[in-house]
Design a protein around this ligand. Structure first.
Ligand SMILES: [Mg+2]
Length: 131
Protein backbone atom coordinates (compact mmCIF):
# COMPACT_ATOMS: atom_id res chain seq x y z
CA UNK A 1 0.00 0.00 0.00
CA UNK A 2 1.12 3.55 -0.70
CA UNK A 3 2.62 5.10 2.43
CA UNK A 4 1.76 8.76 1.95
CA UNK A 5 -1.65 9.64 0.57
CA UNK A 6 -3.16 13.06 -0.04
CA UNK A 7 -6.97 13.12 0.05
CA UNK A 8 -8.60 16.27 -1.34
CA UNK A 9 -12.31 16.85 -0.72
CA UNK A 10 -14.45 19.69 0.56
CA UNK A 11 -16.70 17.19 2.33
CA UNK A 12 -15.72 16.46 5.91
CA UNK A 13 -17.73 13.24 5.67
CA UNK A 14 -15.64 11.95 2.77
CA UNK A 15 -12.37 12.98 4.41
CA UNK A 16 -13.42 11.12 7.56
CA UNK A 17 -14.29 8.10 5.46
CA UNK A 18 -10.80 8.17 3.96
CA UNK A 19 -9.33 8.46 7.45
CA UNK A 20 -11.30 5.40 8.58
CA UNK A 21 -10.26 3.48 5.50
CA UNK A 22 -6.55 4.00 6.01
CA UNK A 23 -6.58 3.66 9.79
CA UNK A 24 -6.23 -0.06 9.25
CA UNK A 25 -2.85 0.52 7.70
CA UNK A 26 -0.52 1.75 10.42
CA UNK A 27 2.15 2.54 7.84
CA UNK A 28 -0.07 4.82 5.80
CA UNK A 29 0.07 8.54 6.48
CA UNK A 30 -3.06 10.31 5.27
CA UNK A 31 -2.83 14.01 4.54
CA UNK A 32 -6.03 15.94 3.83
CA UNK A 33 -6.94 19.13 2.00
CA UNK A 34 -10.31 20.85 1.55
CA UNK A 35 -9.76 22.29 -1.93
CA UNK A 36 -7.28 22.54 -4.78
CA UNK A 37 -5.47 25.54 -3.34
CA UNK A 38 -4.81 23.80 -0.05
CA UNK A 39 -3.84 20.62 -1.89
CA UNK A 40 -1.23 22.42 -4.03
CA UNK A 41 0.20 23.96 -0.88
CA UNK A 42 0.48 20.58 0.83
CA UNK A 43 2.01 19.01 -2.27
CA UNK A 44 4.72 21.66 -2.21
CA UNK A 45 5.32 21.53 1.52
CA UNK A 46 5.16 17.84 2.23
CA UNK A 47 7.64 15.56 0.59
CA UNK A 48 6.98 12.06 -0.65
CA UNK A 49 3.23 12.13 -1.34
CA UNK A 50 2.71 9.02 -3.45
CA UNK A 51 -0.91 9.23 -4.57
CA UNK A 52 -3.74 11.77 -4.58
CA UNK A 53 -7.45 11.06 -4.06
CA UNK A 54 -9.28 13.94 -5.69
CA UNK A 55 -12.82 15.29 -5.47
CA UNK A 56 -14.08 17.27 -8.48
CA UNK A 57 -16.42 19.91 -7.05
CA UNK A 58 -14.71 22.07 -4.47
CA UNK A 59 -14.62 25.78 -3.63
CA UNK A 60 -11.59 28.00 -4.41
CA UNK A 61 -10.08 25.49 -6.83
CA UNK A 62 -11.87 22.46 -8.23
CA UNK A 63 -10.35 19.08 -8.93
CA UNK A 64 -10.03 19.54 -12.70
CA UNK A 65 -8.07 22.79 -12.31
CA UNK A 66 -5.86 21.21 -9.65
CA UNK A 67 -5.23 18.22 -11.92
CA UNK A 68 -4.32 20.48 -14.86
CA UNK A 69 -1.78 22.37 -12.78
CA UNK A 70 -0.18 19.23 -11.37
CA UNK A 71 0.10 17.62 -14.80
CA UNK A 72 1.33 20.81 -16.46
CA UNK A 73 4.08 21.32 -13.90
CA UNK A 74 5.64 17.89 -14.03
CA UNK A 75 9.08 19.06 -13.02
CA UNK A 76 7.57 20.35 -9.81
CA UNK A 77 5.06 17.64 -8.99
CA UNK A 78 6.30 14.58 -10.83
CA UNK A 79 4.11 11.86 -12.22
CA UNK A 80 2.09 11.28 -9.11
CA UNK A 81 -1.00 9.08 -9.62
CA UNK A 82 -4.30 10.92 -9.23
CA UNK A 83 -7.52 9.04 -8.48
CA UNK A 84 -10.76 10.94 -9.05
CA UNK A 85 -13.44 10.39 -6.43
CA UNK A 86 -16.59 11.26 -8.34
CA UNK A 87 -20.27 11.74 -7.60
CA UNK A 88 -23.29 10.59 -9.55
CA UNK A 89 -23.79 12.84 -12.58
CA UNK A 90 -20.13 13.80 -12.95
CA UNK A 91 -19.43 11.43 -15.83
CA UNK A 92 -18.43 14.26 -18.19
CA UNK A 93 -15.99 15.67 -15.68
CA UNK A 94 -14.53 12.23 -15.04
CA UNK A 95 -13.86 11.78 -18.76
CA UNK A 96 -12.30 15.21 -18.89
CA UNK A 97 -10.10 14.37 -15.92
CA UNK A 98 -9.00 11.12 -17.55
CA UNK A 99 -8.15 12.99 -20.75
CA UNK A 100 -6.15 15.44 -18.70
CA UNK A 101 -4.09 12.78 -17.02
CA UNK A 102 -6.04 11.32 -14.11
CA UNK A 103 -4.87 7.79 -13.35
CA UNK A 104 -8.25 6.31 -12.49
CA UNK A 105 -11.55 7.04 -10.83
CA UNK A 106 -14.01 5.66 -8.35
CA UNK A 107 -17.64 6.62 -7.76
CA UNK A 108 -19.19 7.71 -4.48
CA UNK A 109 -20.50 5.90 -2.58
CA UNK A 110 -17.66 3.41 -2.81
CA UNK A 111 -16.69 0.46 -0.68
CA UNK A 112 -13.41 0.70 1.17
CA UNK A 113 -12.35 -2.48 -0.54
CA UNK A 114 -12.92 -1.00 -4.01
CA UNK A 115 -10.59 1.87 -3.22
CA UNK A 116 -7.96 -0.51 -1.82
CA UNK A 117 -8.10 -2.65 -4.89
CA UNK A 118 -7.78 0.31 -7.23
CA UNK A 119 -4.81 1.68 -5.28
CA UNK A 120 -3.14 -1.71 -5.25
CA UNK A 121 -3.61 -2.00 -9.00
CA UNK A 122 -2.06 1.41 -9.57
CA UNK A 123 0.83 0.59 -7.26
CA UNK A 124 1.48 -2.68 -9.04
CA UNK A 125 1.49 -0.96 -12.43
CA UNK A 126 3.92 1.63 -11.16
CA UNK A 127 6.25 -1.07 -9.89
CA UNK A 128 6.07 -2.95 -13.17
CA UNK A 129 6.81 0.25 -15.05
CA UNK A 130 9.95 0.80 -13.03
CA UNK A 131 11.40 -2.64 -13.76
MG1 LIG B 1 -17.04 18.22 -3.35
Amino acid sequence: MFKKILAVDDSEVILNLHKMTFKRYPNVELITAKNGVEALKKLQEIEGIEVILLDINMPLMDGITFLEIVRREKDKYGDIPIVIISTEGEEESVLEALRKGATGYIKKPFRQRELHELLEKIEMKLKQGKQ
